[in-house]
Design a protein around this ligand. Structure first.
Ligand SMILES: Cc1cc2nc3c(=O)[nH]c(=O)nc-3n(C[C@H](O)[C@H](O)[C@H](O)COP(=O)(O)OP(=O)(O)OC[C@H]3O[C@@H](n4cnc5c(N)ncnc54)[C@H](O)[C@@H]3O)c2cc1C
Length: 494
């Protein structure tokens, strides 16, 4: 049996492990942390669980091409319930409330009732969303791969493609404009804010409209137990297939002999392997895990074009029962939060109730994401010895902003926590603590090759291999990496 070493036990590493075990390989995952999941995680403080990653799962709907992949790797099964929060988002701006409903007709009606002045743009957007929701992200198989059983993904259909042509042309329009500039096409300030809040200002508007189409299509629900439970289910499936996870094992180097990977250096020892699958952020792994940084064309392109998506993640646990408030919302703060020279007055929040196990008593776990690349800001605070104080100050400012918005929080806060890009960097060893990329105007999407020319038997998977990243990229690249492995070792996939 061929021995495969997998670097990293995040979603890509676990998925690669499941696929490879199913194909008859003998795999071990080396994970630097003490638990599976990587960026896809949550953590507990004083009885409150802070959901640290997934807000929606592309592939929750059986109609989505990703659904089967998630089932393959044990992330979901018939027992896992999904929650489709509706409205998905509630935005409060200048005295108006605008909701993002998951039903397109309802949403269109709601938007027009709020902003008749935007009637034309609203109808155009909703008509495009109706077309975009017919797209299904293609899951491809490698050419020349032996299959144990036929794979049932939809084959290319010329007629369907022709029917989609008008929508494909419209994609070009959204790809050329940032989501912020696209939002400016609407006169109503609340609608503008909603459109800017879906993915963030830096993204091309394609990300906004495809996220909307996902939600309108009945996809993008939240699985029971969130990020950590999903990672735990995958780890259990992997181990049930005979896979081994070595926690607290940080891989230092890939051992290469005569142009071929033959093992790993990990915890001061060498482990032999017939092949290696690397799921650490490829932007870092291609630099750090080899004698010399890899310089294949795609590797250089990946590094040169990478726009990291990271965040400062704010968490608050409160005794207050917020069950009558929107589950996810955006509002404008009276006093902006500050990170150095950057000010943030658009505040997003997610509320997780006691009912779903996230808080004790009748309390609520609250999380919020401050986007933007704040890596250097936090690094400088660390160097200056003021990292902890700055986190504390930010948490207090955030609590003040929240209490202004939800007055019944006053005196009810039990715990807070702040994770910065440095926290993510420490835990997942990614580029600037990022956990995916940003699809800016003109940026490349698709999948980088999972292999390099210079070294045989090394395969790459993970969010960075398929920009802009996220959970679907992690599982799909893992599947493709294992398909490469199967083809190279003349093993049937399935
Ligand atoms: C706040 C937040 C919100 C998010 N929201 C969503 C969402 O709603 N939907 C969505 O699809 N995605 C979301 N994501 C992104 C998603 O969670 C990640 O893109 C995905 O989990 C990445 O998986 P991965 O396996 O590719 O990488 P990682 O999770 O980075 O996994 C890599 C693993 O390798 C380990 N590792 C690294 N280096 C080494 C080494 N040298 N030796 C041993 N182990 C190593 C790390 O510890 C880690 O466990 C969110 C992420 C965050 C943080």
């Amino acid at each position: 049996m061929k021995k495969i070493a997998i670097v990293g036990g995040g979603i890509a590493g676990l998925a690669a492990g499941v696929y490879a075990q199913n194909c008859g390989f003998d795999t071990t995952i080396y994970e630097s942390h003490t638990m599976p999941g990587g960026a896809c995680t949550s953590w507990k403080r004083k009885g409150y669980i802070f959901e640290g990653a997934m807000h929606w799962l592309t592939g929750s709907s059986p109609k989505s091409s990703y659904h089967q992949l998630w089932r393959d790797v044990g992330a979901i099964n018939d027992q896992v319930q999904f929650h489709s929060v509706d409205p998905f988002l509630t935005v409060e701006c200048e005295g108006q409330i605008v909701c993002l409903y998951r039903n397109l007709a309802r949403w269109q009606q709601h938007l027009i009732s709020i902003a008749p002045e935007d009637d034309k743009e609203i109808k155009r957007l909703c008509s495009d969303l109706s077309d975009f929701s017919k797209f299904s992200m293609p899951i491809k198989d490698l050419k020349g791969l032996k299959l144990r059983k036929p794979i049932v993904f939809e084959k290319f259909n010329l007629l369907k493609f022709v029917a989609l042509l008008p929508a494909i042309i419209r994609i070009g329009y959204y790809a050329k404009i940032s989501s912020k500039d696209y939002a400016r096409r609407f006169k109503n300030p609340a609608i503008r804010l909603l459109l800017r809040s879906i993915t963030g200002d830096e993204y091309a508007a394609t990300a906004t409209v495809f996220t909307l189409a996902t939600l309108m299509n009945g996809d993008g629900a939240f699985p029971d137990g969130g990020s950590l439970a999903m990672a735990a289910r995958m780890a259990a499936k992997y181990q049930s297939l005979g896979g081994v996870i070595e926690y607290k094992h940080k891989v230092a180097k890939i051992v290469v002999k005569e142009g071929r990977a033959v093992g790993l250096e990990v915890n001061d020892r060498q482990v032999d392997a017939d092949a290696v699958i690397i799921t650490q952020d490829a932007a870092v792994a291609t630099q750090d895990l080899f004698e010399k940084p890899l310089s294949d064309r795609w590797v250089l392109q990946m590094r040169n074009t990478l726009v990291p998506k990271s965040c400062t993640f704010l968490c608050v646990g409160t005794k207050a029962d917020l069950c009558n408030e929107p589950k996810s919302g955006v509002f404008i703060a009276g006093t902006p939060l500050k990170l150095g020279d950057c000010q943030f007055n658009i505040i997003n929040y997610h509320l997780y109730s006691a009912e779903s196990g996230y808080a004790p008593g009748k309390g609520t776990a609250i999380t919020s994401i401050i986007g933007g690349d704040s890596y250097d800001f936090w690094k400088n605070r660390e160097l200056a010895g003021t990292y902890k104080q700055t986190k504390e100050q930010l948490a207090q400012d955030f609590i003040a902003v929240l209490t202004q918005h939800f007055p019944h929080l006053k005196g009810q806060i039990e715990v807070w926590d702040v994770a910065t890009p440095l926290t993510y960097e420490r835990y997942i060893h990614s580029y600037k603590g990022s956990w995916m990329g940003i699809s800016t105007v003109g940026s490349k999407m698709g999948m980088y090759p999972c292999k390099v020319r210079s070294i045989e038997n090394v395969y790459f998977a993970g969010q960075r291999i398929s920009p802009p990243g996220g959970l679907p990229s992690a599982v799909n690249t893992a599947r493709t990496a294992v398909q490469h492995l199967c083809r190279d070792f003349d093993v049937a996939f399935g």
